[in-house]
Design a binder for this molecule. Structure first.
Ligand code: MN
Ligand code: MN
Length: 507
């Protein structure tokens, strides 16, 4: 017999014995419940990995808009809906219509799954958000293995979507199914919202959340998202905040047509010179933003928050080297993290109308548009920032006495998200992490904007937490994406322990 098959059969037998034993305790949770849950997850790990392999095999790429990928996406959602139904959940696959592409073809948007399991009136209700679509992947892009064939090498499970986000979604399902296999009452009511368009901008999601606010989401107490990574290879993390973003364009125009620098150079206010001066007035060489008032609403740093940064597992030298940067603006781990997470930053992104092809052109652009953005942090407000930016640029521009026209506009204003880390679910997550991993988590934020957390918090008004399972080197979106078997299996245990801890806090 294939030795692997033999191993599977033996583990299924043990699981069955365990299941029978677990059944005897079904009325009240036995003292050793946690151990039984963990033991069962360990015994089932090959089966759990096999399910992840089945899911990774579905090429649910939402980024490339082709009929074949859309069929795969819809199949993915159907497979997940079926899996949830077999857990006993009531499942609603909400049709969100179709998408019209510029070339005239129409593609279906995969349904969004709303599922629920249990409605004990005394139990807390936790809603899990996840997505089952993936970024594009092809062997020829530099993958060492077939991207849609989950392949294990040294405990690493390589495959597109393994960590972003199929693995974490399945870990949550594994945790639920473990309670059921042991015939244990679920300590919490569970809801799922699973989408298939996250990598393509979560088309139709916000509208659905808004629409279901008073129905599907009405009894929800907590929302958990497991769609980011730790900052370490081995130390778990809990994410409690993300920065927002306000994106600006500044146009300087003399006329629509360009000029010849031999014929007009020397007698004009050149739009590019104006624009470079405007962009150069935004931030100094130490990263400090020069727009008056911009720091006025930035939350002040408390002692409690300061301590959080000290214990975070980040090797600054390794981070700097792997980023191929000679020197960061700050020398300590604490300062670097604070400037990524809790202070605003201003970045200049580009200039439209600037001829960036190689060659010595003698053109004076007649109209140029500069682009920059400011990452927003608590308690900055995008519309206040908009006023400050406009006021500052108008001031700088007027001092130049230029005859050109300037127009500033804020094209995007996404607020930051921050959670209260003293909410019950954060406490429960910390306890569960201590139980499973034997350490306190890194309490982290994300310097980028992840709109989904803020959308849930704003619309539903309940506590949102990001509880990642993947390690810092998982390579989401890149070639050779992976999740470690250890992260996937211990992550399944983490969610099971989290359910129990959360229920305890509600007793
Ligand atoms: Mn993701
Ligand atoms: Mn992603």
């Amino acid at each position: 017999m294939d030795p692997k098959l033999g191993r599977m059969a033996a583990s299924s037998l043990l699981a069955l014995l365990l299941l029978l034993e677990g059944g005897m305790f079904s009325s009240s949770p036995p003292a050793g419940l946690l151990e039984k849950l963990f033991q069962y997850i360990d015994l089932q790990q090959d089966a759990f990995v096999q399910t992840l392999k089945d899911w990774v095999a579905i090429e649910s790429d939402s980024v490339q808009p082709t009929p074949r990928f859309r069929r795969e996406l819809c199949r993915m959602m159907a497979v997940a809906a079926d899996k949830l139904r077999r857990l006993g959940a009531s499942v609603d696959s909400v049709d969100t219509g179709s998408q019209q592409l510029p070339d005239g073809q129409s593609l279906p948007i995969p349904p969004i799954i709303l599922a629920e399991l249990g409605n004990g009136p005394k139990k807390p209700t936790v809603c899990f958000y996840g997505h089952l679509d993936v970024q594009p992947a092809a062997r020829g892009d530099g993958w060492l293995t077939e991207p849609y064939v989950l392949t294990e090498v040294d405990g690493k499970l390589y495959g597109r979507g393994a960590t972003d986000n199929k693995g974490p979604v399945l870990a949550w399902i594994n945790a639920v199914s473990t309670f059921q296999a042991l015939e244990q009452d679920l300590p919490v009511n569970i809801k799922f919202i699973l989408e298939g368009m996250e990598e393509a901008g979560s088309v139709a999601l916000e509208e659905l959340v808004q629409k279901e606010k008073d129905r599907f989401f009405s009894g929800v107490d907590y929302i958990v998202i497991s769609d980011n990574l730790w900052v370490s290879r081995r130390k778990p993390a809990v994410t409690y905040g993300t920065r927002g973003n306000s994106y600006f364009t500044v146009e300087v125009k003399c006329r629509d047509q360009d000029f010849h620098s031999g014929t007009f150079g020397g007698i004009l206010n050149e739009p590019m010179a104006d624009l470079v001066a405007l962009l150069g007035s935004l931030v100094d060489s130490s990263g400090h933003i020069l727009i008056p008032g911009i720091y006025d609403h930035v939350a002040s740093l408390t002692e409690e928050e300061k301590n959080i940064y000290k214990s975070i597992d980040l090797d600054l030298e390794e981070y700097r080297n792997s980023s191929q940067v000679k020197k960061f603006l700050f020398d300590t781990k604490e300062e670097v993290l604070m400037h990524l997470w809790r202070y605003p930053s201003l970045s200049i992104h580009g200039i439209e109308g600037a001829f960036d092809e190689p060659g010595a052109k003698t053109v004076i652009p007649g109209r140029v548009v500069g682009k920059f953005s400011i990452r927003l942090v608590p308690h900055m407000n995008a519309s206040v920032v908009e006023k400050q930016v406009k006021h500052h640029l108008e001031d700088v521009f007027s001092k130049r006495n230029s005859s050109n026209q300037m127009a500033v506009s804020m094209v995007l204003g996404l607020p930051p998200w921050i959670a209260n880390i003293n909410d019950s679910q954060y406490l429960a997550a910390k306890r569960a992490i201590r139980t499973v991993f034997g350490t306190d988590p890194d309490m982290i934020r994300d310097g980028s904007t992840i709109p989904i957390a803020r959308i849930f918090q704003e619309i539903i008004g309940k506590s949102v937490m990001m509880l990642p399972l993947g390690a810092v080197d998982d390579g989401e979106h890149s070639q050779n994406e992976k999740i470690n078997r250890w992260n996937y299996i211990e992550g399944s245990k983490l969610f099971a322990a989290f359910f129990l801890e959360l229920a305890k806090l509600h007793e």
